[in-house]
Ligand binder design. Structure first.
Ligand SMILES: Cc1cc2nc3c(=O)[nH]c(=O)nc-3n(C[C@H](O)[C@H](O)[C@H](O)COP(=O)(O)OP(=O)(O)OC[C@H]3O[C@@H](n4cnc5c(N)ncnc54)[C@H](O)[C@@H]3O)c2cc1C
Length: 494
């Protein structure tokens, strides 16, 4: 047995216990890696972060990972299937309309809605119940520094990770062969690689692209479970139902709305996303009392004091909220610390290498797909780090520009930033949809629909969308030339 094979499936340190980090830990444990440490700066897996309490829709792409670990069944029990997605719109005058959101292709895999916190807890439970011997999750601890080291006499390399406990500020060191960066958009691991990289390619620098939704500001208002939906308190919210609660305010941005997504647990608080331009009047509110007054005039159909506690009102007013990031990715997904016998390596997954506003619901699904692809690369190379990491990059990196282009274009106008642009976008969507039904060999459905097909890679989806755009431009050009010719012919005759 070579030194290389002896060192297989040893230690891995994962920075970040978000969806990508926990999923990678589970994947490695299933592959037989025995000493996996996850470093997470939050205090627990289910730690409630009000402004990160958004809902995920785990689709077929994300389920490639849950299938691999064999817990899609558990996911289906704690999620609301998209096949049962009902939306109730409540207008300011109190009128309500419930409609079932159509499932475009019933043959696609059922996707499940659930809160981020519930998904993280599901992954963590899986670690606690089945993989305690191989996975250690260290909460309240952050990675602060990484050092590569080659031991010339042994011909081996190691990575040393310097970590710090959040509360005590105690510092300790970890050594590993494989370091996995799953530490999100402001990844310390990626920044370190960028610092080390002197190839001149900027492969670890995020490339940023514009989008109509990036820069929008959001905050999340937490409401009680089953909150009353009218002033008589005769109707109460049902956890599995989505709500769009419209305000009495109308403006060029289409008015303010509370968007509430479904989930299965009837005891979990509901979360209303408020997404507006950064200069919107709601962000100028300074304290809980002002917010009450604002919400009462904006939503006269709701008994505001019954559904927003004074503490929540104050918290919301004082919260910084967040901004949708510009779509971005980097092309470098790995780094090898090469040695004679045994190389160590760093690999990046999830938001650390691709990040965008939530328009297309692919943040978590693309992160989980990264994990499935890394699993395939490890399988094909017998878990040899120096072979697996370049293979992972060669398979995944070509998807990232198309994914970013999809994030820029597939549904950026859904937040009512500009009603005219939204309508134009809807017309474009309808044209593509109808043409693809009538002439499926020439036209593809809109990208937003294609994304739901987990069997297509992001590359394939983007190519199909581009091909349809080209045919549409050609048709438009022909119609314009035809009209001009007809006009000039008519002019000559007369
Ligand atoms: C407002 C909003 C709404 C969204 N809605 C959706 C949606 O509807 N659907 C969807 O699919 N996606 C959505 N996303 C995106 C989605 O949340 C991310 O794509 C997904 O969480 C990526 O997972 P990740 O594990 O790569 O990163 P993260 O979820 O960001 O996890 C990174 C983890 O690393 C930890 N960490 C960071 N630095 C360190 C360090 N130095 N040491 C230790 N730990 C560290 C963090 O605490 C965090 O837990 C949304 C994002 C936002 C901002």
């Amino acid at each position: 047995m070579s030194t290389e094979t002896q060192n297989l499936k040893q230690k891995a340190v994962i920075v970040g216990g978000g969806p990508a980090g926990f999923a990678t830990a589970l994947m490695l444990a299933k592959r037989g890696w025995s000493e996996i440490t996850v470093l997470e700066k939050r205090p627990s897996a289910d730690f409630y972060e009000p402004d990160k309490s958004f809902n995920y829709l785990i689709d077929g792409r994300g389920q490639k990972f849950t299938d691999l670990l064999g817990f899609t069944d558990k996911l289906s029990k704690i999620g609301v299937p998209n096949t049962e997605f009902y939306l109730t719109e409540i207008k300011a005058d109190g009128t309500c309309k419930t409609s079932k959101v159509p499932v475009v292709d019933p043959n696609r895999k059922t996707a499940y809605w659930l809160p981020r916190r519930a998904f993280l807890q599901l992954l963590y439970q899986e670690i606690e119940e089945n993989w305690q011997d191989s996975i250690r999750v260290v909460f309240n601890t952050k990675c602060v520094k990484i050092d590569p080291r080659v031991e010339e006499n042994l011909g081996e390399s190691k990575l040393t990770i310097l970590t710090q406990e959040i509360n005590t500020e105690n510092v300790f060191k970890l050594e590993t062969n494989l370091l996995v960066g799953c530490d999100g958009i402001n990844s310390v691991v990626r920044e370190t690689l960028d610092h080390w990289d002197n190839s001149g390619t900027n492969q670890f620098k995020m490339q940023l692209f514009p989008s109509a939704s990036s820069g929008l500001k959001y905050k999340v208002l937490t409401l009680p479970p089953n909150f009353p939906l009218d002033n008589n308190k005769s109707e109460r919210a049902v956890c599995t139902m989505a709500y769009a609660i419209r305000s009495a305010f109308t403006d060029s941005q289409g008015g303010l709305s509370l968007g509430i997504l479904p989930f299965a647990d009837p005891n979990e608080p509901r979360t209303a996303n408020i997404i507006r331009q950064p200069d919107d009047q709601i962000w100028k509110i300074q304290d809980g009392e002002q917010l009450y007054k604002f919400l009462e005039s904006a939503f006269p159909q709701l008994p505001i004091p019954e559904i927003v506690s004074p503490e929540e009102s104050e918290r919301f007013a004082k919260s910084e909220g967040g901004f949708f990031p510009p779509p971005q990715y980097c092309s470098g997904l790995h780094w090898l610390v090469s040695a004679k016998n045994y190389s160590s390596g760093v690999v990046l997954l999830g938001d650390a290498v691709h990040c965008f506003p939530p328009d297309i619901g692919q943040g978590v699904n693309s992160a989980l797909e990264d994990v499935s692809i890394l699993n395939q690369a490890l399988s094909q190379t017998n878990d040899i780090i120096s072979d697996a990491l370049p293979l992972y990059q060669s398979w995944r990196s070509p998807d990232l520009k198309p994914l970013t282009r999809l994030a820029q274009t597939a549904f950026p106008w859904q937040y009512n930033q500009d009603i005219l642009r939204k309508r134009l976008w809807m017309i474009n969507f309808l044209i593509r949809f109808l043409l693809s039904r009538g002439l499926p060999f020439i036209f593809s459905p809109p990208a937003f629909i294609l994304i739901q097909n987990h069997q297509l890679s992001y590359r394939e989806i983007w190519n199909k969308a581009e091909k349809t755009s080209k045919v549409l431009y050609l048709l438009l050009g022909l119609i314009l030339v035809g009209s001009l010719l007809t006009l000039s012919f008519g002019y000559t005759i007369s």
